[in-house]
Design a binder for this molecule. Structure first.
Ligand code: IPE
Ligand code: IPE
Ligand code: MG
Length: 256
């Protein structure tokens, strides 16, 4: 297991409160596909299909802005509660998207990973395609794209606890650092910015450990309408934030 110490950032104040630059790690809760379709009197599946363009746009935008880590929430452990036909559609759609865009991701130097994918209801062929893309792009050193699929933040935390116990850790050895090292992909740095589209303001069980000190933005735009320009706007909003990490405002009296 690789561990570059980045996960230790949760409690580590960078100090000084300097204006944030380009966020190292941006995570998106891709929300609003169903409403996008409903507004057009289309089935929800049409909204999911339209989301593909946004995904590619955001990957390209993040890369060109110099974002090093991009995480996309594609399917939650709670999304299994959706109607069977919608779940099945999503599984097929994601498989198609992964296969179609693998060459582009490889060419762009994007390292792809899939976070979750442990439920036996994930079709075997899809899980295989995820592994194939992971292997195909693992030597890439451009942006790291993490697709959270069949992901639940609580499940990751429980699994990390189990892994520590199985490894025989005693209570004194369990620190934020050792705990984080047992999460999946422990080299993933803390999330700096979360973008949740569609105006909903919830975490929905997304990367709970990693978002501990993230800044959040909630654009009203629905995910299928979200474009590079919206992404840039979110980055600008982030750059106007004063990240304090429990410290004091970076300007006297908190002046902007
Ligand atoms: C997000 O869009 C896609 C997934 C959760 C898979 P939704 O399908 O949640 O869209 P809304 O929230 O119903 O509009
Ligand atoms: C969160 O969106 C999950 C993904 C975007 C994959 P949901 O639409 O499923 O979340 P809730 O149900 O509104 O919390
Ligand atoms: Mg939703």
């Amino acid at each position: 297991m690789t561990h570059d110490g980045a996960t230790a950032g949760v409690g580590a104040a960078p100090g000084g409160g300097a204006a944030p630059g380009v966020p190292r790690h941006v995570a998106c809760v891709m929300d609003g596909n169903g409403r996008w379709a409903a507004r057009r009197s289309l089935p929800r599946t049409a909204g999911h299909r339209a989301a593909e363009t946004t995904v590619i746009d955001v990957i390209e935008a993040a890369r060109s802005c110099g974002v090093r880590w991009l995480s996309l929430y594609a399917f939650s452990t709670e999304n299994w509660n959706r109607p069977h036909a919608e779940v099945e559609f999503l599984m097929r759609l994601v498989r198609g998207v992964v296969r179609k865009h693998a060459p582009l991701l490889l060419a762009r130097g994007v390292r792809c990973r899939f976070l979750g994918v442990t439920d036996e209801r994930v079709p075997k062929e899809l899980a295989q395609d995820f592994r194939d893309l992971t292997t195909l792009t693992e030597a890439n050193r451009g942006m790291t794209l993490t697709v959270a699929f069949d992901h639940g933040g609580r499940r990751d935390i429980v699994e990390a606890a189990r892994s520590l116990i199985r490894g025989g850790a005693n209570a004194d050895e369990v620190t934020e650092r050792t705990f984080a090292a047992h999460l999946p992909y422990p080299d993933t740095p803390d999330v700096d910015l979360v973008i949740r589209t569609s105006g909903e303001q919830r975490i929905s069980n997304f990367m709970l450990w990693q978002v501990a000190y993230a800044e959040w933005v909630f654009p009203q735009v629905l995910w299928p309408d979200f474009r590079a320009a919206h992404f840039l706007e979110c980055l600008h909003t982030y750059q106007r934030r004063d990240r304090r990490f429990g410290g004091v405002p970076s300007q006297p009296n908190g002046a902007p």
